[in-house]
Design a protein around this ligand. Structure first.
Ligand code: 6PG
Length: 472
């Protein structure tokens, strides 16, 4: 049998993806660096193994795939991808294509795609979202690479992708690193959405003194309304789960130190490089980093003592909190889509903005009810900030007071809510006819003669202080 496609990397995600491919009636050849994993995996695959072949030897693996070959790499992002490509290269024919489905940094994908092209090999960089379950039963996939190469694997990719109303949640979004860039921003939004939810949880837990179970019920209720989303749904589930060892809520025995593999951080870095601010995402990344500095936090708590963080439901109601999350969520997506727009122009990708919102509607971690409306708003005007789209402006008008009240009240009670407050700061700046940047310009001109623009005259100007303070 000549396999329709090859797959290297039988970790959790790779294994699930291979099973998904076989489940959709395609044949797949598999290979793994640690050879002992291959028979174990074929065992786990059960009846699906009939449409799979396992190969310890890389040359055998390549020979088992139908030409022109399409080979998925699902190995840890970074150096392992380069190492695997290096090993694979001597076995490839000209038209053989590598498809990197890991969480690659898009700069690496741009470089690898250029290197592959120079050697006559096509290359696709594909962001895959949805965790293990998504990989097995339908992920959302963001594809970067040339149109013709995408068409080559399109039937397989569409078959294995999640479906929203029957439409596959996979699309080619642009050349080179476009797919991995969009996946990075997806993850940045994921970090922000998670942090906003965690802050609402904190207000309920530490401010309102609610039990994990009661908080779980609130999330369940919210999941039936405008906040309906996978992340709200799983927040309800984790809040009501019980620890088998202690019988306590699992949430209460999980250490408050968050990990990260870096994609949220990359979103913040790229936003800084492109000058497209994503402050809610930055706040979420910083909150994770601070959470990880547990020793410092313990010292801080000891140095300053524990404040009384209790609130009453007169101060913040559950409905107010829901409003805060609705407004916060819209504002953080507005930032994410603005960043995508900026990157699209910078790299010449021509990102199809509404399509991105559409393929996030099923399979991925940030899937939510709001994405259909976002897709519609972006269809009207792909470059417009979402907060300015009439439908979302109406929702923000209805909820911004709840966001503001939650942020202010939580801060007054010393509850840390950096993402919620940053959403307020973003909104207030976004809606300021006159910011305070005139002061920055004056300072820059004073100390560095950087010049400024005037409100009443074109051109660049200096203040009366120029030269003066050097004489003083
Ligand atoms: C997804 C997720 C996934 C992510 C991990 C962990 O879309 O399926 O974004 O790709 O890598 O869930 O990410 P962190 O370790 O950075 O939280």
């Amino acid at each position: 049998m000549q396999a329709d496609i090859g797959l290297i990397g039988l970790g959790t995600m790779g294994s699930m993806l291979a099973m998904n491919i076989a489940d959709n009636d395609f044949t797949v050849a598999v290979h793994n660096r640690t050879a002992s994993r291959i028979p174990d995996f074929l065992d786990e695959a059960g009846a699906l193994a009939e449409r799979m072949t396992g190969h310890e030897d890389l040359a055998d693996f390549v020979a088992a795939i139908a030409k022109p070959r399409n080979i998925i790499l699902m190995v840890p992002a970074g150096a392992p991808v380069d190492a695997q490509i290096e090993k694979l290269r001597p076995h490839l024919d000209d038209d053989d294509m590598i498809i990197d489905t890991g969480n690659a940094n898009f700069h690496d994908t741009q470089r690898r795609a250029a290197e592959a092209e120079a050697e006559g090999h096509p290359y696709l960089g594909v962001g895959v979202s949805g965790g293990a379950e998504g990989a097995r039963f339908g992920p959302s996939m963001m594809v970067g690479g040339p149109e013709a190469e995408w068409e080559r694997v399109r039937p397989i990719m569409e078959a294995i992708a999640a479906k929203f109303d029957g439409s596959p949640c996979v699309a080619r979004l642009g050349d080179g690193g476009a797919g991995h860039f969009v996946k990075t921003v997806h993850n940045g939004i994921e970090y922000a959405d998670m942090q906003l939810i965690a802050e609402a949880y904190g207000v309920m837990r530490d401010g309102l003194g609610m039990t994990a179970e009661a908080i779980g019920e609130v999330f369940d209720r919210w999941n039936g309304g405008p906040l309906q989303s996978y992340l709200i749904e799983i927040s309800g589930k984790v809040a009501t789960a019980e620890d088998e060892r202690t019988g306590r809520p699992v949430l209460d025995i999980i250490l408050d130190r968050a990990g990260q593999k870096g994609t949220g951080r990359w979103t913040a870095i790229e936003s800084q490089m492109l000058g497209a601010p994503v402050p809610v995402i930055e706040a979420a990344v910083a909150a994770r980093n601070l959470s990880a500095m547990r020793e410092l936090r313990l010292q801080g708590a000891e140095t300053y003592g524990a404040p009384d963080r209790r609130l009453t439901t007169d101060e913040v109601t559950i409905d107010t909190l829901e409003q805060a999350l609705i407004a916060g969520k819209i504002l953080c997506y507005a930032q994410g889509f603005d960043l995508l727009n900026r990157a699209s122009a910078e790299y010449g990708w021509g990102l199809p903005m509404p399509r991105i919102a559409e393929i996030w509607r099923a399979g991925c971690i940030i899937r939510s009810a709001m994405l259909s409306d976002m897709a519609a708003a972006l269809s009207e005007d792909p470059a417009r900030n979402l907060a300015l789209a009439p439908g979302f402006a109406a929702r923000i008008r209805d909820t911004i007071d709840g966001l503001r009240k939650t942020a202010i009240t939580a801060q007054a009670a010393a509850l840390p809510v950096p993402a919620l407050t940053s959403a307020v700061g973003y909104f207030d700046t976004l809606t300021s006819e006159r910011t305070t940047a005139n002061m920055l310009q004056a300072q820059r001109d004073y100390f560095g003669a950087h010049s400024f623009e005037r409100v009443d005259q074109d051109g660049s100007h200096h203040g009366p202080w120029l030269g003066q303070h050097l004489k003083d």
